[in-house]
Write a protein that binds this ligand. Sequence first.
Ligand code: T6T
Length: 316
Amino acid sequence: LTVVAAAAGCGKSSSSTGGSSGGSLSGKTVELITGVKSDPFYITMTCAAQQEAQKQGVKFKADGSAQWDVSLQRPIIDSVAATQPAALLISPVDTDALTPDIQQMQGAGTKVVLVDTSVTDNSVGVSRISSDNEAGGKTAADALAKEMGDKGSAIVISVKPGVSTTDARIKGFNDQMKAAHPGITLLPVQYDNDDPAKATSIVQSTIAAHPDLGGVFADNVNTAEGVAAGVTQAGKKGQIKISAFDAGPQQVDDLKNGTVQVLIAQDPASIGRQGVDQAVAAIQGKSVQATIGTDLVAITSQNLNDPSVSKYFYKE
Ligand code: T6T
């Protein structure tokens, strides 16, 4: 069994024998293509998928784009397609733009499992595994409104339009703010292209334009890092409240130092593990689960030292 580790921090990338395969799995490859290779969420997912592949006795390869960008992810998909892997786990960076490329692989016999993000076309993928992102957005809204004392303006800063996960977070957040927190003025969503520096500048211009800005919902790792930096640089640490998705190392530091008030952590390791399990089942012609929901945990300064909570912190 050969395991090709593509992520840093997974421990030893091994070329070892393991797994119980034989038979129908021998020589089969499960390939993972993530949204952004250096993102702690995807690193955590990749490491867990790699371990599970080793356990299951399939070859494993992983890659991901350098940035959140259709034009960077497409050539990776197309070059993996040329190798005709038995299964592909993929986090597409757009709900529609990459569908033809993925469909082509599926048509050639590769079993496709959508991990984290998904696409609109329901014919793509034998299984889809993700957090309930809309519910997470709702939780983020309630937590932020409470921190804000149910008054002032709030803004959502997200990655790009057309991303299944973050679009669902925005929906959950906005719906809940409108329904349950009418005292809060919702500003229009802004997008940072997954660039922390852009998130920082959005925060600074929003503070300048809206002196009553009381809260920010930062939709993912890079956004949250940039938002925390922006609030700090504006001298508003602790005054402008931040709720954020994910639990990368910098985010956890920002929670500990009081810049961020709540993190909605996902369970990327479970997404990676279950992605491999579904892929292996599909390769073997066994039944698969069409959709799987994974855990979300709200982390605050109150519970961050609890091991049942800190186990959700991401790797880097
Ligand atoms: O929030 C995760 C992931 O769920 C989302 O699809 C993209 O951003 C992250 O990778 C975190 O940066």
